[in-house]
Design a protein around this ligand. Structure first.
Ligand code: SF4
Length: 428
């Protein structure tokens, strides 16, 4: 039934090149990396039809950052989307998702796929565009679009297989203030309600896996029932979907298809750890891909900061892959500067997660080096070590070139304690 000798199966027999390459980049023993891939705890999304810089996502790996770009029906400027994609990569993004819904979708995707990075898409968006409305999307069209994305070279697909009739019943039985905020989730709800049929991605899941397997494409099991506000975080639909995703994740692994799980949406900060751990347990520790979490709903314009707080806590408890949230989240399609700002703060959240997940080795070493450079008031070294050194330099230099900085000026504590101890031959 499955044509490709999948990465999972090759890892079960030894250490294929892909596993060796990412193991080196992550500082992980290659055999251990191969075992993690076999167990479905690490994924390397990589379509067999396209070569690009590989990126490992999951247990033991550095937290990765995805950036969403793409046109909409309201604003469609493909050249600008490519510019945003490049800006994201230049600022440290590990992957891109093309979520375009306006213009020539195939041509836009082709441009994004020409970049040297992991690329994901959400095929149901295109299916709805082609059909004209969600209710007019049938199984044939949806599977056709999925196959086309695979054939074009997309590495991972977000597929909302867990938005099934059971999740819909849970949504109705325990209504939410915001209903459903996932675009893919809403499309599948509309298809089920108006066509009176089960979600084909759920009812024909084996066929779906067969298509993905043929191209070595990773399934990212979408969180179509993620809560859209803090108030909805404890409602039932989300948990019903989690349980379904757990079963589907297991079936993907058995079929040799790499899997990731998406979650968990808007929720209070004190629920993040519990949700991350629950998803990890239910899905047998599949790589966890998060948008947010958004931990307050009242800071539009600063949702990138909000999700950085949620994201850092989520990474600390096991999230592996963060989706960038930009300052324009909930407000507008992002501009290039929104993408830059969003990517940078999400990278910071990922790094904070790494300092807890992988305190050993070079990640912690850089923290120590920075502290030492600060102690020595070595500004050049501080800018070299900083995640975004040019930005830091610009701020420092606005008051001129000085030994300390203008924050405390001649009352610089760092300088005084150094002189106090080192002047006496002591070490502080
Ligand atoms: S002046 Fe103040 S803020 Fe600046 S380096 Fe010295 S102690 Fe730190």
């Amino acid at each position: 039934m499955f044509l490709m000798d999948s990465l999972i199966r090759r890892c079960a027999r030894g250490v294929p090149d892909e596993a060796a390459v990412v193991a080196r980049a992550e500082g992980i023993d290659p055999a251990q990396m191969a075992r993690a891939i076999t167990a479905g705890r690490v994924a390397i999304p990589a379509n067999s039809k396209r070569q690009h810089r590989l990126c490992a996502i999951g247990e033991g790996c550095r937290v990765k950052v995805n950036v969403n770009i793409g046109t909409s029906g309201t604003r469609c400027d493909p050249a600008l989307e490519v510019k945003k994609a490049k800006a994201a990569l230049n600022n440290g993004a590990d992957s891109l998702m093309d979520l375009s819904t306006g213009g020539n979708l195939v041509a836009i995707r082709k441009k994004i796929l020409s970049l040297d990075t992991t690329v994901g898409t959400v095929p149901v968006y295109e299916a709805v565009r082609r059909a004209g409305s969600a209710a007019d999307v049938d199984a044939d069209l949806l599977f056709k679009v999925i196959r086309e994305h695979c054939r074009q070279g997309v590495d991972f697909l977000t597929l909302h297989c867990g938005v099934n009739r059971e999740a819909l019943a849970a949504l109705r039985a325990d209504p939410r203030l915001m209903g459903v905020v996932s675009r893919g989730g809403v499309f599948h709800c509309a298809m089920m309600v108006q066509r009176g049929e089960e979600n084909p991605l759920f009812s024909e899941y084996d066929y779906l896996l067969e298509i993905l397997s043929e191209y070595g494409v990773t399934i990212s099991l979408g969180d179509g029932m993620r809560p859209g506000c803090l108030q909805d975080a404890e409602k039932r639909a989300k948990s019903v979907e989690y349980v379904t995703l757990g079963g589907l994740a297991k079936r993907a692994l058995v079929a040799g298809v790499q899997r990731m799980i998406e979650g968990p949406g808007h929720m209070p900060l004190d629920q993040v750890a519990y949700n991350v751990r629950m998803i990890k347990e239910i899905t047998d520790h599949a790589p966890l891909y998060l948008l947010g979490p958004i931990v307050t709903d009242i800071a539009p314009g600063y949702d990138h900061v909000v999700s950085t707080i949620g994201g850092a806590v989520a990474c600390m408890h096991g999230a592996d892959f963060l989706c960038m949230v930009s300052p324009s989240e909930h407000l507008a399609l992002p501009l290039v500067e929104d993408i830059v700002e969003g990517t940078r703060v999400t990278k910071i959240a990922a790094h904070i997660g790494d300092t807890v997940r992988r305190p050993e080795g070079y990640r912690m070493e850089r923290e120590v080096q920075m502290a030492d450079a600060r102690r020595r008031l070595d500004w050049a070294e501080q800018f070299r070590l900083a995640l975004y050194g040019e930005h830091a330099k610009k701020i420092h230099c606005r008051d001129g070139d000085m030994e300390t900085c203008s924050m405390c000026g001649d009352l610089c504590a760092v300088k005084m304690i150094r002189e106090l101890f080192e002047g006496n031959g002591e070490k502080n």
